[in-house]
Design a protein around this ligand. Structure first.
Ligand code: ASP
Length: 338
């Protein structure tokens, strides 16, 4: 292990926070945080760099670009990268990096903690140790390592505000579990054939609307009038959109005809969207809505921003959205009640 060179990037988050009278705030950088890992020299020669020191609620797409560039440059001289990050938006950053860092041949691992490193019950040291261990093992791709689980970055969702197993792999098996110093792989991603590449363009003109009974069609018109290039509608169940009272179908059709991408995600965390399953779904399909298949909402949003960074032509973006780039989707997903 000691022969490996690992780059440790820090961005803030609870993992690096200290309690203050106004709540926890990120308080330490990479060098101090690394000290919490016992025998850290076991996990290679670790070079440290603090990128930012923020609560990840403040993380913006422009910050993803900064992290992606630091990772891409760092991977030239290192065998892997570990990024400590707040848990609130870690799944967004992990999804975004999955599209910005293409065909990685080495690991980029994000981790954090539910309890600050300063407190006795903190999960910081274990998550950081597991992340360094996994980064030294060389599996290619972007991952979240948290509570002994290795989750593909573009399949992660934060499910709990107060449990150590805060993240879940959605619609995709865990990559691995870590017990002590042993990594138990369920699936080790293969090395991509293509060379790694960095895609630094994102277009943030993406809006998300969670449907509730009573959603007014005028809301969709307002979103269209604000010039958003894409709207993600968090639909009911398998992709239900109201088509009787407060009928949203005409508003969807009006948006898609104007060239706005409208993508259906599901309010159900697990499973995905199958617009052919119900009549209401078929009506929205006819109105031009695009199925989000079994992608997480985080993956849909970040993939749209990345796709729109490459082209604003709706047909081109639709093709990109339904292509599998980082195992973020199951091609031709259809609901099978199991
Ligand atoms: N507020 C913190 C953050 O996301 C929460 C955490 O890291 O667990 O930065």
């Amino acid at each position: 292990m000691a022969s490996k060179k690992i780059l440790f990037l820090t961005t803030g988050g609870t993992i690096a926070s200290k309690p203050t009278p106004r709540g926890t705030v990120p308080a330490v950088g990479a060098a101090d945080l690394l000290k919490i890992v016992p025998d850290m020299q076991k996990y290679g020669n670790i070079h440290v760099k603090e990128l930012m020191r923020i609560d990840s609620s403040n993380m913006q797409p422009e910050d993803w670009l900064c992290i992606a560039e630091a990772c891409f440059k760092g991977l030239d001289e290192h065998d892997g990268v570990v990024i400590s990050h707040g848990t609130h938006t870690m799944a967004y950053t992990a999804s975004a990096l999955s599209f910005m860092l293409r065909n990685l041949h080495k690991p980029v691992v994000l981790t954090g903690a539910q309890i600050p490193f300063t407190e006795k019950r903190s999960d910081a040291a274990k998550n950081l140790k597991d992340s360094l261990l996994f980064a030294c093992d060389g599996a290619p791709g972007v991952f979240i390592v948290f509570d002994s689980m290795v989750i593909r970055g573009c399949r992660a969702t934060k499910m709990s505000t107060d449990r150590f197993d805060a993240f879940e792999s959605i619609n995709s098996p865990l990559i691995a579990t870590i017990r002590g110093e042993v990594i138990h792989y369920s699936f080790r991603p293969p090395l991509p054939e293509k060379r790694p590449s960095l895609h630094m363009h994102v277009n943030t003109s993406v809006c998300v609307l969670k449907l509730t009974p009573g959603t007014e069609p005028s809301l969709l018109q307002m979103i269209g009038n604000m010039g958003y290039r894409a709207l993600v509608i968090e639909c009911f169940g398998a992709g239900g959109v109201p088509a009787l009272k407060r009928n949203l179908i005409p508003a969807v059709r009006s948006l898609t005809r104007k060239g706005t991408l409208v993508v259906a995600s599901s309010q159900c965390v697990r499973g995905g969207v199958d617009l052919k399953m119900y009549d209401v779904g078929r009506k929205s399909l006819d109105a031009g809505i695009l199925s989000g298949l079994d992608m997480t909402t985080e993956a849909i949003i970040t993939k749209l921003m990345w796709a729109l960074g490459r082209s604003t032509d709706p047909k081109t973006v639709k093709k990109i959205m339904h292509k599998n780039h980082a195992d973020e989707l199951t091609p031709d997903y259809r609901i099978h009640i199991s």
